[in-house]
Design a protein around this ligand. Structure first.
Ligand code: SAM
Ligand code: SF4
Length: 466
């Protein structure tokens, strides 16, 4: 049975905002930028107008403002994570995805507890502390949905030779009932992530041919059910390349406003996945409304100005050059050293089991070295989730700028842990230099906190945070 129609998504008003935006004038853009720099976010109309900015002359100040906002709120730290694909079984028929049910070219696999733990150890051995658990929408018959809950338990219980374990699991699994979401929360997830794929109902219908996911409203109501179940950290996204990206951005704004109105807090993160080639999918090689590199950068910059306190996630779908470019424009979290085939971290990579092709295959240490050379500080921090700074509490700290006093010191202590325990080649000296340079840029108060955490790590304590 189809779900009840979600009323807050008003396609008509999105179309009107796009068509009424007109051709942007320099003065209008300057006004919007000035509002963006106040870090209070932008209105629907502001975003619609920014979407129409095309000239280099107008784009340059928008990019510069996005960079300023990013640095004001997040500093130079970049949070790192790895995806952990536990299963590629799927009962849906999403035309862009290799996991879709009818794809006979895909090797199917749902990892068992031991296998999940072996993947977890391999991710830990790279130095990661945070994973995004991912699965197709079909679980082994004997377990049903409890397969997901058991997988979370398996991941948290795994230890590598250093005695390290995963400190935060975010989950990207199909939308659930309120009761199932409550189980997911109970199992200890950090952020629940769900991409609407397309907020454009007609487009959505054309690319999701069968299975539970065909029901647009069931998916669109997913975050409401998650929040009703008490999950207050949610991550939204649109799969870029299906419908007009301007429509998708404005629809995401509507989604955030809706969550703020209903639950008092919007989303914690936004992802900007672009469709990548996938085994057995013609659509993935030729997306109906492919997003150019130039528009992609614009999307990141607009989001950074529009929702300054929302983390923006960039995955390894994108190549290294695009990842660097968008780090400067507002991205605050990246995956690294990833694979999208279940089992891929310990076995030779199997493209015939992967969800899509990656644009960045570099191991974690190489990514850290490269971003470090560009002046960014890697962070393996998981403190917010573990100290209960989520949802409202996180936003209450983030909005007056206080979260930087937590993120900064925690980034340094977790980076030092990584350098000491995983001894990445060629990183010891540049890593320590980066920590020192970052320390001297901090306020006296933050510096004191950071030094105390760093001392503890030097003395052998682990998992210290503020
Ligand atoms: N199966 C669940 C679902 O669909 O929500 C969760 C996991 S799905 C494996 C994760 C995301 O991968 C999807 O939401 C979709 O946006 C993205 N994805 C699927 N095919 C893709 C492709 N060819 N290129 C890039 N991203 C893709
Ligand atoms: Fe299944 Fe998700 Fe892929 Fe759709 S996007 S086929 S639901 S794994």
């Amino acid at each position: 049975m189809a779900s009840e129609k979600v009323e807050w998504l008003d396609e008509q008003s999105i179309y009107e905002a796009i068509s009424q935006a007109g051709t942007p004038e320099r003065e209008q853009i300057d006004d919007i930028i000035a509002r963006g720099l106040e870090l209070k976010g932008l209105s629907f109309e502001d975003v619609a107008l920014l979407c129409r900015v095309d000239s280099e002359e107008l784009l340059a100040p928008v990019f510069a403002a996005a960079k300023k906002v990013k640095e004001a709120i997040y500093g130079r730290r970049i949070v790192l994570f790895a995806p952990l694909y536990i299963s590629n079984l799927c009962a849906n028929e999403c035309l862009y995805c290799a996991f879709r049910r009818s794809n006979t070219l895909l090797t199917r696999r749902a990892l068992q507890r031991e296998e999940i733990q072996a993947q977890t150890r391999a991710i830990l051995d790279q130095g990661h502390k945070r994973v995004l658990m991912v699965a197709g929408e079909s679980y082994p018959k004997e377990d049903g949905f409890s397969y997901v809950i058991k997988a979370i338990d398996a991941i948290y219980a795994a230890r590598n030779e250093h005695g390290d374990s995963i400190r935060r699991i975010n989950a990207n699994v199909a939308p659930l009932t309120v009761e199932e979401f409550a189980e997911l929360k109970q199992a200890g997830i950090g952020t629940y992530q769900l991409f609407q794929e397309s907020y454009h109902r007609e487009t959505y219908g054309k690319v999701h041919l069968s299975g539970r996911k065909k029901d647009f409203d069931w998916r669109l109501g997913g975050m409401d059910r998650a929040m009703q179940a008490g999950i207050d950290d949610v991550g939204i996204g649109a799969l870029l390349g299906l419908a007009d990206w301007r429509f998708e951005i404005l629809a995401m704004m509507s989604h955030i406003r809706h969550l703020e109105k209903e639950f008092g807090v919007g989303c914690h993160t936004i992802s900007v996945p672009r469709i990548e080639p996938a085994v057995g999918s013609d659509m993935a090689s030729a997306p109906p409304q492919a997003v150019s590199d130039a528009d992609f950068k614009k999307i990141v910059a607009i989001l950074r100005l529009a929702v300054p306190y929302t983390g923006i996630i960039m995955s390894t779908r994108e190549n290294a050059a695009m990842r660097y470019a968008t780090l400067e424009l507002g991205v605050s979290q990246i995956s690294a050293g990833s694979c999208t085939d279940p089992g891929g971290y310990t076995e030779s990579r199997n493209e015939a089991a992967a969800q899509f092709q990656l644009g960045d295959h570099r191991p974690l240490a190489e990514v850290i070295k490269d971003i470090g050379e560009r002046g960014f500080i890697p962070s393996f921090c998981t403190a917010c989730y573990r100290t209960g700074r989520t949802g409202h509490d996180f936003m209450d700290m983030a909005k007056p700028g206080a979260i930087k006093s937590k993120c900064g010191p925690n980034a340094l202590s977790t980076y030092l842990e990584y350098l000491l325990d995983y001894k990445p080649e060629g990183l010891a000296r540049p890593g320590r230099n980066a920590i020192q340079s970052e320390l001297i840029c901090m306020s006296a108060r933050d510096q004191k906190v950071a030094r105390s955490l760093l001392d503890k790590v030097e003395q052998g304590q682990r998992d210290v945070f503020c």
